[in-house]
Design a protein around this ligand. Sequence first.
Ligand SMILES: C[S@@+](CC[C@H](N)C(=O)[O-])C[C@H]1O[C@@H](n2cnc3c(N)ncnc32)[C@H](O)[C@@H]1O
Length: 195
Amino acid sequence: MGHYFTNDNNLKEQIKKIEVKVNETIFSIYTDNGVFNKKGLDYGTRVLLENINLENKRTFLDVGCGCGPIGIYIAKQSSNNKVDMIDINVNAVKLTNMGIRENKLNNATAFVSDIYDKINKKYDIIITNPPIHAGKKVVYNIIRDAKNYLNDNGELWIVIRKDQGAKSLIKDMSDIYNFNIIKRDNGFYILKTGI
Ligand SMILES: C[S@@+](CC[C@H](N)C(=O)[O-])C[C@H]1O[C@@H](n2cnc3c(N)ncnc32)[C@H](O)[C@@H]1O
């Protein structure tokens, strides 16, 4: 049985289009076996999108995009928003690209990248619902290295559950980031950092 972050060619394809509404924005995502969010929008992702402040921000990187709900939502808010979405899972990137086309977005791109290995620019916001099941090392690399890909005054936004280590993350990264807890909701923490 593969994890949603592995590339498993033996999984039976079962692509579904799901319509999602967040705040006043309606958009479609495509889901499939073996990809996070198979059953629809994750509750934590929803809380993150309901609380993020996009004002005065123009460039965005969605790390671990899955089937793309975060980046697609942000790209839909304004055609001035430029959104890159990355995932290590090839099928997730394929589904995200289907979602980009379905929502007629020409301000968003999705590509395969192992964390930041294909990223060579800086962003106003890096946003992630990190892959807890990929292990602490991956999650910490996503968060620790984000500072290298943020513009001055850039922000890192994270959703993480309390029982998946929100508090120890804040403590372990306090030498790098000042975390603001923007929201607590059903055990999910929405964190925003300044650097
Ligand atoms: C919790 S899911 C979030 C998916 C989506 N952003 C959402 O909110 O529904 C985390 C994603 O991180 C991806 N991931 C795992 N390891 C990764 C890595 N090393 N580099 C990039 N993405 C990774 C997984 O494939 C998965 O799609």
